[in-house]
Design a binder for this molecule. Structure first.
Ligand code: AMP
Length: 249
């Protein structure tokens, strides 16, 4: 069984994002970029399925600038088999990503697409759902457990107040939640091996997809600065402040 894992190159989750002075977006100049953490979880899950003998090939795809090759290499070092980079320097919206992924699915014919539930840059949380709709495949979003057997995927999802378990027929789209697994670090020998794994270089034109923009970003603002805390002398003072200053009790 072949699995497709789309991974996005995003601002590293440890970096404190700086907003451009004109409020037009986040300043990405000289900022560390990495694989979207939910994408790492998706790659890890695919690699575990391969280790269990359920999956025979893992194809990783990224849509982004030339540097997204590094993101693909990271996935190859974790255990994916080959990569596809759909190169573009434009910001690509979820619907365009989903259309490109649909075209890749039609070419590669995987039985499973495992995506992150959201990319931590725009927090859109749309691509997996849109891809499932475009392909008319069933979807299991926010998976915190995944089991593949008898042509079906069993997905456990964390929902308000408990867990929901779904069974969907393959082929299907799955999106990963944080608790699905803990991604491995690539070992040095695997990083070296990944250098020899193939990455196909493509463009959106190769798939006949025009990158339309439908969203207009009006303004990006930093969150309000937190005020400095105070050290109280006693519990009585704390209770007094909570009651009379903060008004929370
Ligand atoms: P989003 O809908 O943008 O929050 O992204 C959800 C998931 O879609 C990500 O975790 C990736 O698996 C996939 N995805 C989104 N954008 C891209 C991209 N540019 N390249 C590859 N995969 C992407």
């Amino acid at each position: 069984m072949k699995v497709l894992v789309p991974v996005k190159r995003v601002i590293d989750y440890n970096v404190k994002a700086r907003v451009k002075p004109d409020g037009s977006g986040v300043d990405l100049a000289n900022v560390k970029m990495s694989m979207n953490p939910f994408g790492e979880i998706a790659v890890e899950e695919a690699v575990r399925l391969k280790e269990k003998g359920v999956v025979s090939e893992i194809v990783v795809v990224s849509i982004g600038p030339t540097q997204a090759q590094e993101t693909i290499r990271t996935a190859l070092a974790m255990g994916a088999d080959r990569g596809i980079l759909i190169q573009t320097d434009e910001a690509v919206e979820p619907l365009s990503v989903a259309k490109l992924l649909k075209a890749v699915v039609e070419e590669e014919k995987p039985e499973l697409a495992i995506l992150g539930k959201q990319a931590i840059d725009d927090d859109a949380n749309q691509t997996g759902q849109m891809l499932a709709a475009l392909l008319d495949w069933p979807q299991g979003t926010f998976a915190s457990e995944l089991e593949i057997a008898d042509g079906k995927a069993k997905i456990t999802r964390e929902i308000d107040g408990g867990l929901q378990t779904l069974a969907v027929e393959l082929p299907a789209v799955i999106t990963t939640d944080l608790r699905l697994n803990e991604p491995r670090y690539a070992s040095l020998p695997n990083i070296m091996k990944a250098k020899r794994k193939p990455i196909d270089m493509k463009t959106p034109d190769d798939y006949g997809v025009a990158l339309e923009t439908r969203l207009e970003q009006i303004k990006v603002e930093e969150p309000p600065k937190r005020q400095a805390g105070v050290i109280v002398e006693s519990v009585t003072e704390l209770v007094d402040k909570l009651k009379n200053e903060a008004g929370v009790i």
